[in-house]
Design a protein around this ligand. Structure first.
Ligand SMILES: Nc1nc2c(ncn2[C@@H]2O[C@H](COP(=O)(O)OP(=O)(O)OP(=O)(O)O)[C@@H](O)[C@H]2O)c(=O)[nH]1
Ligand SMILES: [Zn+2]
Length: 216
């Protein structure tokens, strides 16, 4: 386990503690931060020596309880989280930040309301707007101080989202490389993934083939 000083890194959040976290793919170290404004617990799963100055394989994952925990097939979140952990494990080095901004920042209950609207014919963007939210309410400001805790300034970022890359660069976090993360296209999330590509700019064309077990 890497020694990490248990000291606050910036005003917006405190670094709190860490523990070993064995997963099916590797034994990560789980680090916890607490955001002052909300009390939310944001997490970093770290493997290997990421503070050596070289770009770090990384995922900046937004919480999706339904996809990450409850196996929902409405989105690709759970498969992306697993895919990212597998890739980090395969390289033996990297970090997965788990940010508690559920439902692109609108929360679980509102995401469920958005799903109901989607069942009535709205797409994922229209449903958010119908509820009075922007298509994407996320804020990545905590990423920079979280990475700073580990002396990480440059990422090989696993994402299909160009706005996430732009957000990192606006924070002063260098994205040395984009690593595509195309997983779990199924009959339930086809429309959702197509809308992400068409309206949110996700880099997912041409459509990836259905992922095989173990394929990332
Ligand atoms: N409001 C809303 N949020 C959703 C919906 N489906 C998934 N989410 C949330 O969207 C977030 C994941 O965002 P995505 O746009 O799928 O992916 P991304 O992280 O921006 O992009 P990638 O890095 O390529 O995965 C999580 O917080 C999910 O809870 C939906 O239909 N409505
Ligand atoms: Zn999801």
């Amino acid at each position: 386990m890497q020694p990490v000083a248990e000291t606050p890194v910036k005003e917006e959040l405190d670094y709190v503690t860490s523990c070993a976290l064995p997963t099916p793919w590797a034994q990560f170290t789980l680090h916890a931060f607490v955001e002052h404004a909300t009390g939310k617990e944001h997490l970093a799963m770290v493997l290997g020596d990421i503070g050596d100055g070289q770009p770090v394989l990384a995922r900046v994952h937004s919480e999706c309880l339904t996809g990450d925990v409850l196996y929902s097939q409405r989105c690709d979140c759970g498969a992306q989280l697993e895919g990212a952990l597998r890739k980090v494990a395969a390289e033996g080095r990297g970090v997965v930040l788990y940010l508690r901004q559920e439902g692109r920042g609108i929360g679980l209950i509102n995401k469920m309301r958005a799903y109901r609207l989607q069942e009535a014919g709205y797409d994922t963007v229209q449903a958010n707007e119908q509820l009075g939210f922007k298509a994407d309410q996320r804020d990545y400001a905590l990423v920079e101080p979280m990475l700073k805790q580990f002396n990480v300034t440059s990422l090989r970022l696993m994402t299909n989202n160009p706005r996430k890359i732009a957000a990192m660069e606006a924070l002063g976090v260098k994205v040395a490389e984009r690593v595509p993360l195309l997983v779990n296209r199924n009959k339930f999330n086809q429309h959702y993934l197509n809308t992400k590509a068409a309206k949110l700019g996700h880099m997912m064309t041409p459509p990836p083939p259905a992922a095989e077990d173990g394929e990332l």
